[in-house]
Write a new protein. Structure first.
Length: 398
């Protein structure tokens, strides 16, 4: 499905072959020339400016329309014109990186209906939370590949269940190959945004994520400072480790104010998200990353009534520290929107949680803050909003 997003082709700068990220072009493993911190910062920001701004990042693919983290969801996002496509990464028992939001695959695959895996159901504590289910680290890749993906939130998105069972769980290597092929076919790089999930937990199991991720990035030519990829993690330690392995751009994700990254908890580091978004914290992040991915509430908090309040100074402060911002996650449905952007429908008694609210209005508020990109489950809507914003024209356009 392709939709006119109202953006003229000329707005998107076409990158040269060096940014196509293709192993076939012989770009694998080439380390950047040594450079000072300031020089490096400018060089990296220059590369990131090649993306449209604000960039629309397809959260788990076009997950508003297809079961998340499937090739179907990624393909649809690319066809819609998403600027960047996100993967969350967890390992299998034999060390392959697969695309799932969490290692518990009960909610996003048909594993519960597979008698041959019934005995694998177990309880584990992941990052301090007790979870009962089926876990990727207990399956070999061959076993995992027998499962079929399904819609995570069928209550919210019943239509997406049409596609249950259609796709398998993709490996990150399959995604890299697909992106390389599509990049060549379309004559422009397919940008990815890959997150290491629960990196401290997996390292404790002998399944460290960063080394296999770095190997894949090198193999597919996405290990350079100017590669079309972002790496991201809620654990700053994971991004620091990645910085020692590859030069690809890195983003530190930030959860709600007051929370602590899990690697800080494990290491006894008392800093919270509040410390990380203070000027010194941002300066520290900028010493090993190019951006932050804050929850949207850190950019514009919601009041007690659920409505958007006044923007914080985070965008200004992060930019001053030389960091870009990719906040998460905007979705079209009323149930996910700030209260002041929910909509009633004529003839529908009360607010319908699964219907779309005034998400274009919400985009305007967030874009007005100066963010550099945004994660969304509905990239087509996000692209329209971004085009409206860039052209400074009313939503709906001409
Ligand atoms: O990675 C950005 C955003 O996806 C973070 O939230 O929980 O959906 O991975 P989550
Ligand atoms: Ca993510």
């Amino acid at each position: 499905m392709t939709e006119d997003t109202g953006r003229s082709p000329g707005r998107r700068r076409i990158l040269g072959a060096a940014a196509l990220g293709t192993a076939a072009l012989g770009l694998t493993g080439a380390a950047a020339a040594p450079a000072g911190a300031a020089e490096r910062g400018e060089r990296d920001r220059g590369h990131l400016r090649e993306l449209p701004r604000p960039a629309i990042i397809a959260h788990r693919g076009a997950s508003g329309y297809r079961p998340e983290h499937t090739l179907g969801a990624y393909r649809l996002a690319l066809d819609m014109g998403a600027d960047v496509i996100e993967q969350d990464l967890v390992p299998t028992r034999d060390g392959h990186l697969v695309c799932r939001h969490e290692n518990d695959i009960s909610g996003t695959t048909d594993v519960a209906a597979r008698p041959e895996f019934a005995s694998r159901r177990t309880a584990k504590t992941v990052d301090g939370t007790r979870i009962t289910g089926w876990f990727t680290e207990d399956f070999t890749l061959a076993e995992l590949k027998t499962l079929r993906a399904k819609e995570r939130i069928p209550g919210n998105r019943p239509r997406n269940t049409l596609y249950d069972g259609r796709w398998t769980v993709p490996t990150f290597e399959e995604v890299l190959r697909w992106a390389e092929k599509e990049g060549r076919r379309r004559g422009r790089p397919v940008w990815l945004h890959a997150e290491t999930k629960h990196p401290t937990y997996f390292r404790g199991l002998g399944l460290g994520l960063e080394e296999p991720l770095a190997r894949l990035l090198r193999r597919y030519g996405r290990d350079r400072h100017d590669s079309p990829v972002f790496l991201q993690s809620f654990e700053p330690g994971s991004m620091r480790r990645m910085a020692r392995l590859v030069s690809s751009p890195r983003v530190v994700l930030l959860d709600a104010a007051g929370t602590r990254p899990w690697d800080f908890v494990e290491a006894g580091d008392p800093r919270t998200v509040d410390d990380l978004i203070a000027p010194d914290g941002l300066k520290w992040i900028a010493s090993f990353a190019q951006g932050i991915g804050p929850t949207l509430n850190l950019v514009i908090p919601r009041g007690a009534d659920g409505a958007l309040g006044r923007p914080t100074t985070l965008v200004r402060d992060a930019h001053r520290a030389g960091l870009i911002l990719h906040p998460y996650t905007l979705r079209n449905e009323n149930s996910f929107l700030p209260a002041d952007f929910r909509r009633d429908y004529p003839g529908v008694p009360g607010e319908d949680a699964n219907e779309y609210g005034d998400v274009l209005g919400a985009y305007r508020r967030y874009f007005d803050t100066g963010i550099d990109g945004i994660f969304t489950d509905h990239p087509d809507t996000g692209l329209l909003a971004a085009a409206d914003f860039r052209d400074r024209r009313p939503a709906g356009g001409v």
